[in-house]
Design a protein around this ligand. Structure first.
Ligand code: R5P
Length: 257
């Protein structure tokens, strides 16, 4: 890795702890104005100072984030289908030039292992990495899960390993039982996606488990911005990820209004 690549990656994964708390607010790129993200500006403004990095599309970045804010960006650069179509039918939608112009510290796209377009999404990842390497831009591969695919260590381990083999610099995947096996098979950092909203204590427990089992942090959305206390929730997640707080300590942080 050259200087630019390492330096950008260190904006996202903080060298002090080797971990990151990314806030994912990219859901609208296929879900439209989903719960908690109807007004992206309103949702992200109080959370930006607390997030290590924002995972967002260029459209929401331009319209809903103050350019003067002290924010590290990872840009969602894939898309195509909506929730009404075949989700795996994705392509790259945002150029590397645009990512650089928007001052991104990373770019992210989904691969659909086990879905109908797995081969195309994986070769899209290869093309994105080829281009990103020219500019020193880290690539986050998101292991999107097809409706029929089990969220288990065997499947997620397969998807994460493929992402790393193709050249992703870090990978986002879901938590599962025996998550450590997913981490062990993947030589690049893994960040955990939160998935559907669950009770806050369960989300904190899942985060603590993932960190214990080797995750390099989270790229979490709904369990933060759909919480009744999003600011408390991101502070609680940060305490676990960066400070090794217990679930009980973190829950207390979340509970403070
Ligand atoms: C989904 O495809 C998006 O990339 C989200 O960024 C990802 O799922 C993380 O968000 P959540 O924690 O809500 O699952």
């Amino acid at each position: 890795m050259d200087f630019g690549m390492k330096n950008r990656l260190s904006h996202i994964i903080k060298p002090k702890t080797g971990k990151t708390v990314m806030l994912a607010v990219d859901h609208g790129y296929f879900q439209g104005p989903t719960t908690g993200l109807k007004d992206v500006r309103k949702t992200v403004t109080p959370l930006i100072p607390l997030a290590d990095c924002l995972f967002i599309t260029r459209g929401m970045l331009r319209t809903s984030v103050d350019p003067k804010s002290d924010v590290v960006l990872c840009l969602r650069v894939s898309g195509g289908p909506s929730i009404l179509g075949e989700l795996s039918n994705e392509d790259i939608t945002t150029s590397m030039e645009e990512a650089i112009r928007l001052n991104a510290s990373g770019v992210g796209m989904s691969i659909y292992v086990g879905a109908s377009n797995e081969d195309r999404t994986i070769s899209n990842l290869g093309r994105l990495v080829n281009e990103a390497e020219r500019y020193g831009m880290p690539v986050l591969a998101v292991t999107a899960v097809g409706k029929e695919m089990a969220r288990d260590a065997r499947y997620l381990g397969l998807a994460c390993r493929i992402a790393a083999e193709i050249g992703a610099h870090f990978v986002k995947t879901y938590y599962c039982e025996e998550f450590h096996k997913v981490v062990e098979g993947c030589p690049v950092p893994i960040v955990m996606a939160g998935g559907k909203k669950i009770p806050e204590k369960n989300a904190l427990q899942m985060t603590a488990n993932a960190i214990k089992e080797g995750a390099s942090g989270v790229d979490m959305g709904r369990n933060i911005f759909q919480s009744d206390n999003p600011v408390g929730m991101i502070k609680a997640i940060k305490a676990i990820v960066h400070k090794g707080a217990s679930v009980e300590e973190a829950f207390e942080i979340y509970s403070k209004k």
